[in-house]
Write a protein that binds this ligand. Structure first.
Ligand code: UFG
Length: 323
């Protein structure tokens, strides 16, 4: 299939582009390089430097590549920032999606794979979280993802655009084959922050609270390897095109690790001391988040393969060491 990967030079997008190439698709990466990196562009993928907010650039890219499907990963994703600058998230995430959907209606692509997030759920009412869990986002970022899912539902009904909304839990790790080495700039997520501390780029890891109701007092998250996310995108495209229907599925490993477990694992694997200090809680952090990924298993035949803590940390460390 001819596929436009919007945001394909970014951290998750580049892994997805690699997976689609491996499966024999014709891949064009469309990216404005605001956070994506040229070094993440893989041989075999074409590249168009363009911005989803410039409708004409987007429309031309879709028409020129004859895109039959789009993978849409070009969104802002910093939870904290979204609460301070919601306007940036409205424009980038929501206006960007509307441009894409309107361009689909104009250029005729029929399939869309959308990077949604576990942030749509908000504070968990029960665990593990399945797709029937109430969606009450606690931050503006999660709100934009949920709104976008709703737009997709309408365009499915009115325009026949079939979409897969993939609700990622905590994405982490790097390509085990070492093809993607571009590091995220100014990361705020736990594993990259730990890696930067291991490299000496940061002095210490701040642990945001150790008085949660969990066995060691630190928050538990469901870390999912980016290569597992990538394979799910390819399978989701096969599913929505093969079955002519839209889906919404969680992507998680179904296991939880605490901040201290991740830190101890990183100390062991890197052999670095990784200094840390417990600071106050970060507002809006639930104590535990774990996914049920049963629906992705059932519909897509997908299963996480690389999402054990050892592989998550080892592949991250390989990427950080190579830099
Ligand atoms: N943490 C620290 N210190 C840090 C960074 C994080 O202690 O420097 C802790 C957090 O408090 C949290 C855990 O590590 O308990 C994971 O935090 P992240 O910031 O890595 O991830 P979040 O769980 O907050 O959010 C991530 C993505 C969201 C997504 C969510 C879904 O950033 O986009 O997972 O589960 F919605």
């Amino acid at each position: 299939m001819n596929i436009l990967v919007v945001g394909g030079a970014g951290y998750i997008g580049s892994h997805v582009a690699g997976e689609l190439l491996d499966r024999g698709h014709n891949v064009t990466v469309f990216d404005n390089l605001s956070s994506g990196l040229r070094e993440n562009l893989l041989p075999g993928a074409a590249f168009i430097h363009g911005d989803i907010l410039r409708y004409e650039q987007l429309r031309r890219a879709l028409a020129e590549t004859g895109a039959e499907a789009v993978v849409y990963l070009a969104a802002l994703k910093a939870v904290g920032e979204s609460m301070i600058s919601p306007e940036k998230y409205s424009v980038n995430n929501i206006t960007g999606t509307i441009n894409l959907l309107n361009a689909a209606a104009e250029t005729g692509f029929k399939y869309l794979i959308f990077s949604s997030s576990a942030a749509v759920y908000g504070e968990p009412v029960y665990l593990p979280i399945d797709e029937k869990h109430p969606a009450n986002p606690e931050n503006y970022y999660g709100f934009t993802k949920l709104e976008i899912e709703r737009f997709l539902g309408w365009y499915d009904r009115l325009k026949g655009i079939r979409c897969a909304s993939l609700r990622y839990f905590n994405a982490a790790g790097y390509d085990p084959r070492g093809r993607i080495r571009g590091l995220e700039q100014n990361p705020a997520n736990l594993i990259p922050v730990i890696m930067e501390t291991a490299c000496g780029k940061r002095g210490e890891l701040c642990i945001f609270g150790d008085d949660y109701d969990t066995p060691d007092g630190t928050c538990i998250r469901d870390y999912i390897h980016v290569s597992d996310l990538a394979s799910a995108h390819a399978l989701a495209l096969d599913f929505i095109s093969g079955n002519d229907r839209s889906i919404t599925v969680n992507l998680g490993s179904e296991s939880g690790s605490s901040v201290l477990e991740v830190l101890e694992g990183a100390r062991r694997i890197t052999g670095k001391p990784i200094p840390s200090r417990v600071t106050g809680r970060r507002p809006g952090d639930p104590a535990r988040l774990t996914a049920s990924a049963a629906l992705a298993g059932e519909l897509l035949g997908w299963k996480a393969e690389y999402s054990d803590l050892e592989t998550l940390i080892r592949t991250s460390w390989d990427a950080y060491r190579a830099n």
